[in-house]
Design a protein around this ligand. Structure first.
Ligand SMILES: NC(=O)c1ccc[n+]([C@@H]2O[C@H](COP(=O)([O-])OP(=O)(O)OC[C@H]3O[C@@H](n4cnc5c(N)ncnc54)[C@H](O)[C@@H]3O)[C@@H](O)[C@H]2O)c1
Ligand SMILES: O=C(O)[C@H](O)COP(=O)(O)O
Length: 527
């Protein structure tokens, strides 16, 4: 098996490359490429490991013909076009916790730097001015911290602030009252937070709802003398409004680690008194960088080598422990999806995935994704388990997942049913003890078959002599039969035949089979 190739395109702790190699990947570390240069080389790689500098745009993804996974050594994935990655079947994963403490500490560091004007005092002292009377600070003890966003980083900031004897007021629409109590913070609406906060720290992603959450109007609602810290994402604070509020003295100090445009080489805020900034250093500690580098490399290698999925933003998680258990089911699910997809007639209204027996104990999401991938394979070769749920949603498929507790005829069973405008039909399969998937039921008829390679599907009226005539027709066309599976509802009733054949069946032979007496349907299938 050829080794998966990974490109590390942003500065990352060397442990990442080491882990990739140890886990069986070939790795190149090539940083500082322009988008055009990245586009030129990306086609060679199965995995791309990034931080925030590389922009994984639609254009890059289009050129990434072998890419299977993008791994973000860090939290924010706003530099990755996730819908485009999903559409291409590329998994996008991040490391949601590895740099949280470090970033929370940076926010606290900036809060103290503002409270005591440390950067300016440092600069003037080193310039020989000894400005002892020019820097009157404020204590943080007893002050109120307004926390916008109380997720991983926000909650660490809150705990540190409480340790500093501050009061914490938090605004986060997803913060439950119970969690607020657990965190020891007061849950508030935004206006209440503005009215109470002496310091405001931001810890949300940049979304349509959070863009300019500190707008001119909202800054005006803040207490006079408020100090603002943003270590989350540029664009949360209106930079022009912040400049005005600093100039007017309404805001007593502001610290930005992140800017609307990065790298921020020029900003009207630069040089403003009581404004301090760092160049997106929130995650830059040895500890955090080792954490995220190790984690991203482990996650990506796990996916590329074993199929395990952790911390993916566009795919259900699948632990390395679950992956081997689910592997035969995914093969079965893909085959059943493909079978029912190839045999589908009419306009689809619903797809149901039912699991029973041992299958009911498993994570159903990857099974569903595999059914959908198989089902949609006839629309495009580029469909896979990652983009299938996304494409199914885009096409408006109504997807049902059902888990049955009941014991059936098989120790484990997956059934896929489709409803169309002309009716409902289902296929079902099981996993044999040696791990091989097997079809066991086709449109209500019990028939056992391995679904692989080129196959022939025939529905006929059960009658003596038919199998001989079929064998002759195939023999005349020089088509060798590999396996032969027959199922029928009753003697003389409707029979279903599934044959594996060594070569594809040409249209003329299909036509000849179709013209044999008693044949209702003849179709070539491909798995
Ligand atoms: N400066 C840096 O180097 C650095 C480092 C790490 C993370 N970050 C950024 O920090 C941010 C927070 O990271 P996290 O790990 O805490 O994320 P998280 O997902 O754990 O928390 C984000 C919180 O924001 C809340 N939220 C979403 N929309 C909101 C809204 N409209 N109003 C208020 N709250 C809202 C969510 O409910 C969630 O609790 C992210 O944008 C991340 O990219 C920056
Ligand atoms: O979202 C993140 O993890 C931070 O913004 C860190 O970004 P960086 O890896 O580019 O320092």
């Amino acid at each position: 098996m050829t080794k998966p190739r990974v490109l590390i395109s942003d500065k990352m702790d060397p442990n990442a490359a080491k882990i990739f190699e140890e886990r069986g990947c070939d790795v190149d570390v090539i940083t500082g490429k322009t988008p055009d240069e990245l586009k030129e080389i990306i086609g060679q790689y199965d995995g791309l490991a990034i931080r925030s500098s590389s922009k994984v745009t639609k254009e890059i993804l289009e050129a990434a013909t072998n890419l299977k996974v993008v791994g973000r050594a860090g939290i924010g994935v706003d530099n990755v076009d996730i819908p485009a990655a999903s559409a291409k079947g590329v998994v996008v994963m991040n490391t949601p916790f590895g740099n949280s403490i470090t970033t929370a500490e940076h926010a606290i560091a900036l809060m103290f730097a503002l409270a005591r004007q440390i950067p300016e005092a440092n600069e003037q002292t080193q310039a020989g001015k000894w400005p002892k009377n020019d820097f009157m600070g404020v204590e943080v003890t007893g002050k109120t911290l307004g926390l916008i966003g109380a997720g991983n980083i926000g909650s660490i900031v809150a705990s540190r602030a409480l340790g500093l004897k501050m009061k914490v007021v938090a605004f986060d629409p997803f913060l439950t009252p119970e969690r607020a109590v657990e965190m020891g913070v007061e849950k508030a609406d935004l206006d209440t937070l503005f009215a109470k906060a002496d310091f405001i720290t931001l810890h949300t992603p940049l979304t349509d709802q959070t863009r300019n959450i500190l707008s001119a109007a909202n800054i005006a609602k803040c207490k006079k003398g408020v100090r603002i810290i943003n270590c989350a994402r540029g664009g949360l604070v209106d930079e022009a409004a912040l400049k005005e509020a600093l100039d007017s003295g309404h805001v007593a100090g502001a610290a930005l680690d992140v800017f609307e445009t990065e790298p921020a080489k020029d900003s009207p805020l630069f040089g403003t008194p009581n404004f301090i900034c760092t160049p997106h250093l929130g995650a830059s500690t040895n500890e955090a960088q080792v954490n995220v580098a190790l984690q991203v490399a482990e996650q990506m290698a796990d996916y590329l080598v074993n199929g395990g999925v952790t911390n993916a933003l566009n795919m259900p998680s699948l632990s390395a422990e679950e992956a081997p258990k689910l592997k035969p089911y995914m093969a079965l699910a893909q085959q059943l999806g493909s079978l029912i997809g190839q045999l589908q007639h009419g306009d689809l209204t619903q797809i149901s995935i039912e699991v029973e027996g041992a299958a009911a104990e498993l994570n159903i999401k990857p099974i569903t994704a595999a059914v959908l991938a198989g089902f949609m394979r006839r629309f495009s070769d580029a469909v896979n388990m990652v983009n299938a749920p996304y494409l199914a949603k885009e096409r408006g498929f109504d997807i049902r997942e059902v888990r049955h507790d009941r014991e059936g005829d098989y120790h484990t069973l997956v059934r896929v049913s489709v409803k169309t405008d002309i009716g409902e039909r289902s296929v079902a399969g099981t996993i044999f003890s040696n791990g091989t998937p097997r079809l066991v039921e086709l449109f209500g008829v019990k028939v056992e078959a391995d679904l692989e390679g080129n196959m022939l599907y025939i529905v006929n009226q059960d009658a003596p002599g038919f199998i001989g005539r079929l064998g002759t027709t195939l023999g005349e066309a020089d088509i060798n039969i590999g396996t032969f599976h027959l199922g029928r509802q009753e003697a003389g009733g409707v029979a279903v035949l599934l044959l594996s054949v060594d070569t594809p069946v040409p249209a003329a032979t299909l036509e000849a089979i179709h013209n044999l007496p008693g044949v209702k349907r003849a179709m070539a299938l491909r798995f």
